[in-house]
Design a protein around this ligand. Structure first.
Ligand SMILES: *Cc1c(COP(=O)(O)O)cnc(C)c1O
Length: 505
């Protein structure tokens, strides 16, 4: 048999684009060019350049991937990127950005991102992650200790609160089915009884509870919203009644979600009472601490965490209140054996015969396979800043929220929705001349959209009892009350300018 001659090598570019020992000089060059663009980003004084429809349309064109068959110099491409993206990006560190739960990020976390991305460790199996495994484990240990969990507890990094909440509800479902009906959902799939499973959370809990219930095959209707008190905390009397009612209807209450730090109001559900009810009823108790969880570090808020000993699982988002870049979140369980509901032993990755206590495979705790080494940024932040600095940041943004509240509360142009418990303030501008509700809604949306489009301030909106309210989410410890009052003044001025639409008959 005649062996075919090897096909000729395709001509390769002389430029070595791949990261390796030969491309270090080029790596340095790329990094220094990147720094120029970072400087440009920081030179933007506004949180946003402003909204211009023609420019938005142009940018949509500019983003198109045309003529990419051949290489281009990086300088060229970075310049293009600058005008398409960096110049238009929202600066979360800017003090006039007070919209969503995006925080300014610590410098060590950025360095950690650079290292983790360059080394490109996947925290998956020991033979890919080696000692990175211990860094993730130690960060998990640290946060478990902060919640006063014992050494039976464990956890894993996730892509965010939504994924952490998914894991919690999956465990709650599978654990209840297994313990009470001997049903192994992981192995055998669906079963009749599961149709009756119900999950309880406050009406102010995060939408990902409903969304995850749907993804888990339980459906939105498996989630029973429990009403809140005047402080936006779950009404535990109402929880008790709702559970009893569910049982009378022939359904099965399997889990309660207590939110520590609701997304809109920063309110803390009363954990101790909820915990007692959940345990009496043999239900899984999950804490959604995506927003408020890191406040366990503070003296001002750690009393809200009494009752953590009764908790089965916890969600905590470091990309919200630990000043970390996206993504950075963890899911914790009080009893690590519950990770059996997600573990899988794949022949090619982590065969069970190869289980080695000294060289663990983190994949056994995750619903992801290839996973980023997000724990490194937390580790480097903790080691560099220390927890006291972080606690001071968190207390500072809470203090700012209280000060804004006090000011608005004395101002007849504003109606406040709640007393801030964390670092959000929900309010609306009340134009005394506006006679009816729809006008208030229009004015408040007008204020929000006008200030955003002008690049003056980014404020969020939400609904309370069907009406539009505005929201400050304060996560920037470098913000000042003077600056926030300046935003308040812009809101008043913009509200005054609003011209009601004249009705066309
Ligand atoms: C933000 C938030 C979530 C979702 O977290 P992501 O990290 O955005 O997926 C869940 N619960 C609460 C209370 C939140 O505030």
């Amino acid at each position: 048999m005649i062996v075919n001659a090897a096909p000729p090598f395709k001509e390769l570019s002389l430029n070595n684009y791949l990261f390796n020992d030969e491309s270090l000089k080029l790596y340095e060059d790329y990094i220094s060019k990147t720094l120029d663009h970072v400087q440009k980003f920081l030179a933007n004084r506004k949180f946003y350049k402003g909204d211009d429809l023609e420019e938005i349309r142009n940018n949509k064109e500019k983003a198109k991937l045309v003529s990419i068959a051949n290489s281009s110099p990086i300088d060229h491409v970075l310049n293009e990127l600058n005008s398409l993206y960096i110049e238009n990006a929202i600066c979360f560190h800017n003090p006039n950005y007070v919209a969503h739960l995006n925080c300014p990020i610590t410098l060590p976390s950025i360095v950690a991102e650079l290292i983790a991305t360059t080394v490109n460790t996947a925290v998956e199996t020991w033979d890919q992650s080696t000692s990175a495994t211990f860094i993730e484990q130690e960060v998990i240990r640290w946060i478990c200790n902060e919640f006063s969990f014992n050494d039976q507890s464990d956890g894993v990094f996730t892509s965010g609160g939504t994924q952490s909440n998914f894991m919690a509800l999956l465990m709650a479902r599978d654990h209840y089915a297994f313990e009470n009906f001997g049903i192994n959902i992981k192995q055998n799939g669906w079963s009749e009884e599961v149709n009756k499973f119900k999950i309880f959370c406050s009406e102010k809990s995060h939408f990902s509870i409903q969304k995850n219930a749907a993804l888990l095959g339980l459906g939105y209707d498996a989630v029973i919203p429990v009403k809140v008190d005047a402080k936006m905390r779950m009404d535990t009397e109402a929880l008790y009644v709702a559970i009893e009612k569910t049982k009378q209807e022939g359904n099965i209450p399997i889990a309660v979600v207590a939110t520590l730090g609701t997304t809109d109001y920063g309110s803390f559900d009363p954990l101790q009472t909820i915990g007692k009810i959940a345990k009496e009823q043999n239900m899984w108790l999950h804490v959604d601490g995506a927003y408020g969880g890191c406040y366990v570090l503070t003296e001002t808020h750690n009393h809200h965490f009494k009752g953590m000993d009764m908790v089965d699982s916890v969600t905590v988002d470091f990309h919200k209140t630990l000043f970390q870049p996206v993504s950075c979140s963890a899911f914790l369980v009080q009893d690590k054996s519950h990770f059996k509901y997600v573990s899988y032993y794949a022949d090619y990755l982590n065969p069970i015969e190869n289980k080695d206590i000294e060289r663990p495979n983190l994949i056994e705790k995750s619903i992801q396979t290839t996973r980023r080494f997000d724990a490194l940024k937390v580790w480097l932040t903790l080691k560099t800043l220390g927890t006291k600095t972080i606690a001071a940041y968190l207390e500072q943004v809470h203090e700012l929220a209280k000060q804004v509240y006090d000011y608005m509360n004395d101002n007849p142009n504003f109606e406040l929705a709640h007393v801030p418990e964390l670092s959000t303030v929900v309010f609306r501008y009340k134009n005394s001349e506006a006679a009816h509700e729809p006008t208030h809604d229009d004015v408040n949306l007008y204020i929000k959209n006008t200030l955003f489009k002008a690049g003056k301030a980014s404020i969020a909106s939400t609904k309370l009892n069907g009406n539009i309210f505005l929201k400050f989410t304060l996560l920037n410890p470098k913000n000042t009350i003077q600056n926030l009052l300046n935003i308040v003044r812009m809101i008043e001025e913009t509200g005054k300018q609003y011209q009601p639409k004249t009705e066309l008959l």
